[in-house]
Design a protein around this ligand. Structure first.
Ligand code: SAM
Length: 288
């Protein structure tokens, strides 16, 4: 089987199998070898690595991963792509394709079986509608992860990377930065895909922190505080916390907590750093 990653071979495979793109699965296949090289490079894949690929499509990136990794498991939801993957990956002995929704796969069990529970690398060109649940699911379930290297909508990549005081800063930035160090490694224009998406994309690498960057007593509670602070962007942080049904702290105690944090009563959530959110949630817990 010829290597994919260029328009001619991609069209040939699609025609051979009379493949119809399914919009609901966010199918935009990569047709640019430079981008594929960049992803493999950024993910730092070596022959020691076990790699989980989410959404292999017709197997374009999977071929690159098989060449560079020890073992690859590729999880694809669309059953129509399975016979295609059997064909395009027929030269490789180090790959297993699983026909399943990634959101339903027991990834900790997979990491245990395939990599002795050691940190795995995840690589994906993700359908945009499931970017956040996949990333948060991977981090929150405490799957042993070394890094996640993913293609996402440019705007989402920006949101993951920014700090306080910018319009893109929000719950996703804080969640990603709590678990990992985000770095955009490439911007990818629409003409690198077939069919062309409407928006620009970016490859972002999230390298899992070895140690948590902040001291937080109750991780889940901190994320409740963060969500409450960004739910009502136009309101002050005090109002946001006060209106959150899952934060049972009185108005007076919220005011005291903000004072203890050393910020003014009229401060907005979007100006607080991750470290400040961690401290604030530790303080608020005392009043619950
Ligand atoms: N990796 C291929 C490439 O770069 O050419 C395809 C990328 S395409 C943007 C996204 C792929 O994810 C599609 O093949 C789609 O069918 C698959 N997909 C969508 N939702 C999925 C899910 N919940 N679980 C597993 N795969 C999914």
């Amino acid at each position: 089987m010829a290597t994919l990653g260029n328009p001619q071979n991609t069209i040939a495979v699609l025609q051979k199998y009379k493949f119809n793109f399914q919009k609901k699965f966010g199918q935009n296949f990569l047709i640019d070898t430079h981008v594929l090289d960049k992803i493999i490079d950024a993910a730092g894949i070596t022959k020691e690595d076990f790699v989980l690929e989410i959404g292999p499509g017709i197997g374009t990136m999977t071929q690159y991963l098989c060449e560079n990794a020890r073992e690859v498991v590729a999880v694809e939801i669309d059953k129509n792509l399975i016979p295609i993957l059997e064909d395009t990956l027929s030269d490789y002995r180090n790959v297993t394709v699983i026909n399943q929704d990634i959101l339903k796969l027991d990834i900790p069990a997979l990491a245990k079986e395939k990599n002795d529970g050691k940190p795995i690398k995840v690589v994906a060109n993700l359908p945009y509608y499931i970017t956040t649940p996949i990333i948060m699911g991977l981090f929150e379930s405490h799957v042993p992860i070394d890094s996640i290297t993913i293609m996402v909508q440019k705007e989402v990549a920006d949101r993951m990377q920014v700090g306080p005081g910018t319009k893109d800063y929000g719950a996703l930035s804080l969640a990603v930065q709590y678990y990992a160090k985000p770095e955009i490694v490439a911007n990818v224009p629409p003409n690198c895909f077939m069919p062309r998406p409407k928006v620009g994309s970016a490859v972002i690498r999230l390298t899992r922190h070895e140690q948590c960057p902040v001291e937080v007593e109750d991780e889940k509670f901190m994320f409740r505080v963060i969500r409450a602070s960004f739910n009502q962007r136009r309101k002050t942080l005090a109002n946001g916390l006060n209106n959150a049904p899952d934060i049972q702290v009185s108005k007076e105690d919220i005011a005291k907590a903000l004072e203890e944090l050393g910020v003014g009563a009229s401060i907005r959530g979007e100006t607080l750093t991750l470290e400040q959110f961690a401290r604030l949630s530790n303080i608020l817990k005392k009043y619950m």
